[in-house]
Write a protein that binds this ligand. Structure first.
Ligand code: ZN
Ligand code: ZN
Length: 201
């Protein structure tokens, strides 16, 4: 079956969003998504609340956006919030619990990771956002280039805080069943299709 997956979502558990988990779930259901990664800033409280509220068969990918010493990083498929914020120690902590490390909005001046911090620690990175509607065109282009040069999984993140960017970035996975482990396997295979404003890139 085909699963439409939206990664990198914020709720009112992030200081920069006032949207409730319930309304986010409703918005995503209206758009027809099968799986959502809730990744609030430095907390898994939003993901936990979504796991409690989720209507079947919607899958919640438990995640977090960690403010690391080198920029923002997503941890996906987590069981607990990482305690570490130093880069790259946080990546080791995410991987030790079976999670995946995804660099978001690369090269964004305020809080995106630099090319050097990505390249120097490529061995602890799983994926990289090649499309984030809140990143600059230069940042998104750098993401495409770095993912190709360093064989990183191409990811896309809505980075949505209020509904305005929902629908602009998603991944399409072919999965045998709609479960967390099936979604993780396809993500890791790099076979997810990356959609930018409805067009595959
Ligand atoms: Zn961020
Ligand atoms: Zn974000």
């Amino acid at each position: 079956m085909q699963a439409r997956v939206v990664l990198h979502l914020h709720t009112n558990h992030s200081p920069d969003s006032s949207r409730s988990v319930a309304s986010l779930i409703k918005q995503c259901q209206t758009l027809g998504y099968q799986a959502l990664a809730i990744t609030d800033h430095d907390t898994m409280a939003g993901a936990r609340e979504a796991e409690r509220l989720r209507p079947e068969p919607l899958v919640i990918i438990p995640g977090i956006e960690v403010t690391t010493t080198a920029g923002h990083v997503l941890g996906l498929f987590l069981t607990r919030a990482p305690a570490e914020q130093r880069w790259p120690a946080v990546a080791h902590e995410i991987r030790e619990q079976g999670g995946l490390v995804v660099i978001v909005h690369p090269l964004r001046p305020s809080n995106g990771m630099s090319e050097a911090d990505i390249v120097n620690h490529r061995d602890v990175i799983d994926g990289l956002e090649v499309w984030n509607p809140s990143n600059s065109p230069e940042g998104n282009e750098a993401g495409v280039r770095l993912a190709a040069e360093h064989h990183l999984i191409r990811s896309a993140g809505a980075d949505d805080h209020d509904g305005a960017r929902l629908g602009r970035a998603e991944l399409i996975f072919e999965v045998p069943e709609l479960t967390l482990s099936a979604l993780k396997t396809v993500f890791q295979s790099g076979h997810g299709r990356v959609m930018m404003d409805g067009e595959e890139i």
